[in-house]
Write a protein that binds this ligand. Structure first.
Ligand SMILES: O=C(O)CCC(=O)C(=O)O
Ligand SMILES: [Fe+2]
Length: 309
């Protein structure tokens, strides 16, 4: 579903927004089917949690990085409406996807409560620039219904935090149980992000928030986290895609993308002067099934020649 300008303005003015029904029902169903090739179905998990102890050893133990085994999750990270929203939020088509994580949480094992914190410490080497309207855009796509019982993210509107120095609040969420703001800070004003599966929660990495405990009996929560930013800020980022290109799923995820979608991962656009006869030929050998014609066409247009028939 299209993400309106009003929703993006909310991210700018109060730090976050929630758009329900963001993922179409068919795609959501396909994504959920794929989830069970990665995580145990909740009923299977709760039949014998000991069998899956590695998933709940720590808060972050179950996180899985892009790319994924099936096509639906891999498409969801570049959903056209998400890319469109990122273009409008960042006011440029020149974007990076700088983090993709899938996170399944199951109740009963680990306590997912976190202190209030800001995420930016792991998203930039500097501090966020207050005057920069083109911020990093961090998103949680909810893949299961999130209720008060199933560990909603708790968020604090920036109106309650804007007087606090920007450096305050950058912590590893697990490392300091009280957090930099003190115990129970913002308890009265935090908002629980409860929403049905298929919703998207968008915020930015300066926003104070926390993960919360899964309070219900035998409940679970699944989210896909996808973060976008304007390209070329070398001090920002989180994951280096060449590392993930070693995954057995990389080719399946990457080859079907359009040339523009590949640029979101740092791949050179067809008109980039990286491309010459050698690089187009050899990249085509590396990615055997990739259609290299857009790269050839742009190359020939650049040097003023016709493609060989
Ligand atoms: O899982 C959540 O709801 C939030 C987690 C979080 O804020 C974090 O790990 O930085
Ligand atoms: Fe966080």
């Amino acid at each position: 579903m299209h993400i309106s300008d009003a929703h993006l303005d909310e991210v700018r003015t109060r730090g976050f927004t929630v758009v329900e029904n963001f993922v179409e029902p068919d795609l959501l169903a396909a994504v959920r089917e794929e989830l069970w090739t990665i995580y145990p179905k909740p009923e299977d998990y709760f039949r014998d949690p000991n069998k899956h102890a590695s998933l709940v050893r720590g808060q972050f133990s179950s996180i899985q990085y892009f790319p994924y085994p099936g096509p639906a999750l891999n498409r969801l990270v570049i959903h056209p409406d998400l890319v469109d929203a990122a273009k409008r939020y960042c006011e440029t088509p020149d974007l990076d996807i700088y983090k993709i994580e899938l996170w399944g949480k199951y109740s009963g094992g680990v306590n997912y409560d976190q202190p209030h914190h800001r995420d930016y410490g792991g998203h930039t080497l500097t501090v966020p620039k207050a005057a920069d309207p083109f911020r990093q855009m961090t998103c949680f796509i909810l893949l299961s219904d999130v209720t008060l019982d199933s560990g909603p993210t708790k968020v604090v509107s920036t109106e309650h935090t804007k007087h606090l120095p920007v450096h305050l609040g950058e912590v590893e969420p697990e490392s300091d149980k009280n957090g930099p703001f003190g115990a129970n800070a913002f308890a009265d004003v935090e908002v629980s992000i409860t929403a049905p599966a298929g919703s998207i929660f968008i915020y930015h990495p300066q926003v104070v928030h926390r993960g919360s405990a899964l309070l219900g009996h035998e409940v679970s929560r699944f989210v896909l986290m996808v973060d976008y930013s304007p390209h070329r800020k070398r001090w920002t980022g989180k994951q280096a895609w060449p590392t993930h290109a070693a995954s057995p799923f990389w080719n399946k995820a990457f080859i079907p993308m359009t040339p523009y979608e590949r640029t979101l991962f740092g791949f050179p656009a067809p008109n980039d002067d990286f491309w010459d006869r050698q690089t187009i030929t050899d990249t085509g050998l590396r990615y055997e099934a990739m259609d290299m014609s857009p790269y050839w066409d742009a190359f020939h247009a650049r040097i003023g020649t016709k493609a060989a028939k």
